[in-house]
Structure formats: C-alpha cells, structure tokens
Design a protein around this ligand. Structure first.
Ligand code: DGP
Ligand code: NA
Ligand code: NA
Length: 213
C-alpha cells in the first residue's frame, strides 16, 4: 500500500523587494495548473489579518512603538496561531507556498541586535518547511525597486545585516532544505530557478513533518 501523501510545505524567503510575493503567487498558480484548483494555497507571514497581525501591521507602519523583544514574540505568535491550519492543509494534501516564515523572524530581530539564540527559541517546534528558497538580492539593488522605504525595516543598512543573517541561517539548514537563488534577474528567470527546486515536491511528500530547528 502506498504511504499517505501530504502537501508540501514550501517557503520563500528574502529581503524586502526581493520579489517573494510575486514569485509565491506565480508558484501557487503553477501548482494549481498541474494538480488542480484545490491542490495549493498561498500563505504569508506576517498574516496582518489576525488580532496579533493587526498589532504587527501597526508596528511596521510606525503607528505604535514596541520593545524589540515584544514585537519579536508577536511575530512568532502570529506563526503559532496558524500552525493548526498549516497542519490541517498539509494533511489534506494541499501544498502550502508561504511568503516568509521563521527565518525572517530570526534574521530581522537578530539584525536589530537581539541575541541569535534568544531569537530562534520561540519558533522552536514550528512545522519545518520541506524546502525554503532564499531569493538573494543585494540591498542596493533591492532599493532601486519600487516602494522601498515605506515601512520600518526598509532601510539599506538594516537589510545588509539581515542578508548576512539569512546566509548564516541557510548554512545551518541541512539536507538541501535551504536553496539560494539569484533574485536580480528577470521575473521569468527567477520563476524558472525556483521551479527547479520545487518541481521534486510538486506531487507532495510522504515523510512526516518535523519541528524547527
Ligand atoms: P512583508 O509583509 O513581507 O513586507 O514583511 C513585513 C516586514 O516585516 C519586512 O520588513 C520583514 C519583516 N518581518 C517579517 N517577519 C518578521 C519576523 O518574524 N520578525 C521580524 N522582526 N521582522 C519580520
Ligand atoms: Na516589506
Ligand atoms: Na512581499
């Protein structure tokens, strides 16, 4: 008997303006074209629609001030509040494409100066993605793209630190679960590079989901 297939849990990470949202939407469309309308779902963190998400949104738009530790825990709580939905979708065979996840949580807060070990602790035990694709772009190039600078973290110096942290987080991810691609090329080229890594997961997975980290 074939083992039970579940959906794959795919995460796209990157700096602000790296093209994650565009690519996540394109990837979901592609998976739906292959496997049907109900086979894939787009998720995004922070999910600004929940009660916690609304606090995060206000913070990012500089409408409230929160201690660095407090906002870090809210970002993490925003992921935890969606864990049961993630697990239910994966078990139902739905592949999740997620725009940012715990790697952003750690990279951004550590870039602000919080200790790395403290940053990873609250996300310990979250469902581990089967694959994370990091859309790599220099902050200088990201800055040239439209819309940069509107939100709290969209500053070149901070983004430089975030990029260094993303690279070191990636080095600690074993078994090919972290893949980096050059996000400076055209939308079509980036789409192709992402698909090369995602295609092996397009039928879902049979392994059970582990916990981070
Ligand atoms: P986005 O909606 O993808 O543009 O993300 C909003 C901003 O919040 C972006 O600058 C990245 C940052 N961010 C995303 N997740 C986290 C997190 O868990 N912790 C912290 N400190 N920042 C995050
Ligand atoms: Na942003
Ligand atoms: Na985005």
């Amino acid at each position: 008997m074939a083992s039970q297939r579940r959906g794959a849990f795919i995460v796209l990470e990157g700096l602000d303006r790296s093209g994650k949202s565009t690519q996540a939407a394109a990837l979901v469309s592609r998976l739906k074209t292959i496997n049907g309308e109900n086979s894939a779902k787009l998720m995004k963190f922070p999910d600004r629609t929940t009660t916690i998400g609304k606090m995060i949104d206000a913070y990012l738009r500089s409408q409230n001030e929160l201690d660095d530790h407090t906002i870090h825990l809210l970002f993490s709580a925003n992921r935890w509040e969606l864990v049961s939905a993630i697990n239910a979708d994966l078990a139902a065979g739905i592949t999740i494409v997620c725009d940012r996840y715990a790697f952003s949580g750690c990279a951004f807060s550590a870039a602000k100066g919080l200790p790395y070990d403290w940053c990873i602790a609250p996300d310990k035990g979250l469902p581990e993605p089967d694959l994370t694709v990091f859309l790599d772009l220099t902050p200088a190039v990201a800055k040239l793209r439209g819309g940069y600078g509107e939100e709290r973290y969209e500053k070149e110096e901070l983004q430089r630190k975030v990029r260094v942290l993303f690279h070191s987080i990636g080095k600690q991810m074993k078994g090919g679960k972290w893949q980096e691609i050059d996000a400076s090329s055209s939308i079509e080229e980036v789409e192709k590079a992402i698909w090369k890594h995602v295609e092996p997961f397009s039928d879902g997975c049979t392994s059970s989901i582990n916990g981070l980290w």
